[in-house]
Design a protein around this ligand. Structure first.
Ligand SMILES: [Zn+2]
Ligand SMILES: [Zn+2]
Length: 205
């Protein structure tokens, strides 16, 4: 997978905590102070993985992808969300104490208003959402083409998708290039994901 946060073709990315080379498939830390992702080398990722202690400023983005079988999101609820594209992601914003909903656009991630009641209905229908790791894990919805797919993904995957639209979108409809990139993104995500049920009891460590 290509790296998400860095500029395309920027060459080797450095760890933004210790300046060591981060490697191409590196992990990210969410900087909670300004809600930016920071590239992390392996050593720093391991360090912060154990850091419920040092975790006030940085939170390690998980490396776990789940394709949710039997997720309940009907067409009416989807229409109520007012997402102008066929993709969206939602995450718990712990600082704001609410769930934030975004969609990818050629101009970057755009926030769309989400009623807390709508999210609560989704949580009731899909208990696995109650185990969503705050700030660093997202529900990702893919309704492009014939797809009706729902995933729990690390938030940096969502920004990889946002980056694809920003980089490859042309004209009004996006053009074939961006749609090929989006198809490849979801194919790769499918390959890397395990399957889980939306009714999973959300007890997680
Ligand atoms: Zn480092
Ligand atoms: Zn990075």
């Amino acid at each position: 997978m290509s790296s998400g946060a860095g500029a395309p073709g920027a060459g080797e990315e450095l760890c933004e905590l210790c300046a060591a080379p981060a490697g191409t498939a590196h992990r990210h830390l969410l900087d909670l102070a300004d809600r930016e992702l920071r590239c992390a080398c392996r050593a720093c990722a391991v360090l912060f993985d154990h850091a419920a202690a040092g975790g006030e400023r940085y939170r390690l983005v998980p490396d776990d992808r789940r394709l949710l079988r039997d997720f309940v999101l009907d067409d009416t609820t989807w229409a109520d969300l007012n997402i102008p594209v066929q993709m969206a992601f939602a995450l718990r914003d712990s600082a704001a104490g609410r769930t934030a909903l975004f969609y990818p656009s050629p101009a970057g991630a755009v926030e769309s208003p989400l009623e807390e009641a709508t999210w609560q209905r989704l949580e009731e229908a899909n208990p696995v959402l109650r185990g969503l790791a705050p700030d660093v894990e997202a529900l990702l919805v893919n309704r492009t083409g014939a797809a009706r797919e729902h995933w729990l993904v690390p938030v940096d995957d969502c920004y990889t998708l946002v980056g694809l639209l920003r980089t490859h979108w042309k004209g009004l409809a996006g053009g074939p290039d961006v749609w090929n990139e989006i198809t490849d993104f979801f194919t790769e995500l499918r390959r890397r994901s395990r399957t889980a049920t939306s009714a999973d009891h959300p007890l997680r460590t």
